[in-house]
Write a protein that binds this ligand. Sequence first.
Ligand code: XMP
Length: 511
Amino acid sequence: MSKEKILVLDFGGQYNQLIARRVRDEKVYAEILPYTVPLEKIKDGGYKGIIFTGGPNSVYDPESPHYTEEILGIGVPVLGICYGCQLIAYMEKGEVATAPVSEYGKIELTADTGNLLFKGINKKSTVWMSHTDYISKPPAGYSVIGRTSDCPCAAMQNTEKNIYAVQFHPEVTHCEFGRQILHNFLYEVCGCKGDWVMDSFIDTTVAELREQIGNKKVILGLSGGVDSAVTAALISKAVGKQLTCVFVDHGLMRLNEGDEVESTFVKLFDMNFVRVNCGDVFLEKLKGITDPEEKRKIIGTEFYKVFWDEIKKNSSEGFFAQGTIYPDCIESGKGDADTIKTHHNKVKMPEDIKFEGVIEPLKSLFKDEVRRVGEKLGIPKELVWRQPFPGPGLGIRIIGEITEEKIGILQHADAIFREEMEKGGYADKLSQFFAVITDLRSVGVMGDHRTYERMVVLRAVTTDNFMTADWAHIPYELLAKASNRITNEVRGINRVTYDITSKPPATVEWE
Ligand code: XMP
């Protein structure tokens, strides 16, 4: 495990995770804590530096998140970003005011380059701004090191205290020298050496797992997704056959996916693999159900019922492993957003199952780091780069009642669409794409015959974070090919449409 650590102190900004990921890209481990964390914990944390994130508030807003000024005197370098920058000015008795001109988007920065933070960047460069307040008067002891036409203090420093602050967002890719600026803070200001590398993560984690597990057993639930796959690979590397993986196939996977998951794992890793085929049970439970939330709840409840029953059968000795990753564990600096759809990612263990402990080897990693570890462990590219697939599977891509016939039609149409996207070179470029089967029937003509059959919708999106998404502008030729093939090859479909709605107002999935 890494020895150097940076703290990202979260004041509720939307880029908190992005900041931590950028720091880790520079080979320095970063962790995120909410602004409510006590100072003692920070002092004991052994951090090489602290980054204050942005946030949606004004520092004068009584509701706005603040922190005790003492943090600026504990001898740990600080970098404030956006709201974090204004907060430093406020804490140090400078002045913050509503800017006469708010700045949004790409803005030209004029920087003094003779300081540690801006080492190696151009005097004029593009930065990314998003603010309505600004520092109208820097605090005593701080000198201005960057300005824009509407922001006289776009960056400031106090070299004695090792405190730096930037009004712009160095973590976003539109910031021309953002990466260099973060690198400078980490290496020039905080004196980091860069010990966060995936090779050493694997070696250390495998050694720790061996030590923790000893000669006991471990049970892990496999979903077919990258997180549980990489968890399985790490544990298998550590303790081989002491690991049993349980894969619940609810019959709502994509075409041949259940078999592919099974053959990949059995071939690749030394472990016991248990597959529970229970498509029939799910179909029975879902009979006559058309409400999306009800379907989700039934699938989620049934899934865990089958899963825990199987675990009980395999005995609950030893350890229970989970593919939890870092974003699942972060306590954010702002409250939870409204639930739009019920997801079933968090596993709660029934009270009558008692393991010796829970093992979560990926709980400090971001998704891109999980993928890097997966690649280094030799997991096939298709699995490591697999696009997200919802827990309820095709169940939320079948509008109306879920029947065996509709599952079959959808699997076939979806496989054709994915194949054409692959051939067209779009598979790696898009975040997610799939087919949906609707309950709508329409009139068509085939040969000389009237048809009255179902409609399939193709959906493809681009997104950074799945909170918002744009529909993908894929070529008409590709859509034409997929549409032709689907109507020719899939019985029961006489119409194909392409979904051109972004999120919001739609969501990525149809249910
Ligand atoms: P929505 O439809 O909410 O989807 O815009 C955003 C992303 O989340 C995935 N998704 C799920 N993933 N369990 C999951 O593990 C779920 O219940 C679930 N519902 C949606 C969806 O595929 C997209 O990537």
